[in-house]
Design a protein around this ligand. Sequence first.
Ligand code: NAD
Length: 432
Amino acid sequence: MTVIKELKQQKEAPKQGMLENVMKQFNTASDLVNLNPNIKKILGITNNELIIHFPVRMDNGDVEIFKGYRVQHNNALGPYKGGLRYHPTIDIDAVKALAMWMTWKTSLTGLPYGGAKGGIQMDPKKYSKSELERITRRFTFALGDNIGPEHDIPAPDVNTNAQTMAWIADTYMSTKAPAERSKNQHVVTGKPIGSGGLEGRDRATGYGVFLNIKFWAAQKNVPLKDKKFIVQGFGNVGFWAAHFLEKEGAKMVAVQDAFGTISNPEGIKVEDLFEYTKFNKGSIVGFANTTAVNKEDFFGLACDICIPAALGNQITKENQSEIKAFLIAEGANGPTTVDAEKLLLERGVTIIPDILCNSGGVIGSYFEWLQNRNGELWELDEIMARLDKKMKEVFNRVLKMCETRKLDMRSAAYVLAIERIETAYVQRGIFP
Ligand code: NAD
């Protein structure tokens, strides 16, 4: 007999408080730009929130019901854009927060996009590859035309990757009339190269994190050679950021992932650790010449640069005082709470904020979208050069705003992001 398991993940999800965090950041920034109160009302709320329950047949024949989300925060500047996350802590508030951050990020970077986010509340580690494929395809089918290449364009995020995007593109395209299918390839970005993906999209976010660290260090005359860094999250963002920093002569001295924490003050070779994880079920635990460290001691480890590249709300009022780094480069979205940030800034720690620091990913996605839309093929050198140029331009604009208005980097980035959206609303007015 078929057994239907109902939403067992739902009970496990702890509240992350990211929505509270992004709203506080938005309110502070609105005051700084003296935001028109009517536009503040619009930006303070999401345009659309979709919660979908959908059934999927498991390998053993049972049917499980999943809960998926897509939140479209704002599209004043262009189609909605933002990743899909598969994680037990995903709930409506977390997705709303992540969607808002996407709006600020696409606006700050000058892209013709709005902000969205989505995901499925589940632990993907519990499912086989064929189950994950069916979950992804059924979710895509259920989303229907709530996503679309000129309407809302998902991308990878935590626990989703190029393979996930290929399944989404294929499912979405399969629902279209034959003559329309190939026109819909850019419904997602972050696809594999063989399926319309962009050379270098895999490293774009981590490379962008590295570039921001490099630009900041150059401006402060801080050599990166021999600087020690720690990375939380050794996935797409954490790995690539570490890879490029190591190439610059910096030393990775500790890493934390979902399985555990390892350290070696003499340095951990990034590529060797990456190879090790491939044969260790994706985990860093047990890597040669490293010591296991308690989870809660990670942020207190001796280092110069700290790269949170996992989940939100990791650096809090409670643990911020342990941080030794002089620079925090936010690879993750929302890793630092507002309360923690205030205290860190007071003691002179610089924070390169998420909407700037990890924006290489959405810029890379924009390049992929353009490539598909225009039927072009871009080469890796050209793509990396364009990414470099774009990131430098955005970094310099933020820096200039910091200097002109005597602001920290997050406030400066928010001012630029919100002013651009406000201009669009002021010019167009509110229908009718
Ligand atoms: P990923 O799934 O590739 O990797 C996530 C990593 O975080 C894994 O190593 C995992 O083990 C680790 N992790 C998960 N839970 C953890 C925990 N509780 N403590 C410590 N480590 C934990 O995801 P990703 O794509 O690298 O995304 C990481 C962060 O970067 C997310 O906040 C995401 O929103 C943000 N981001 C990603 C992109 C992108 O292009 N992928 C772009 C911008 C921002």
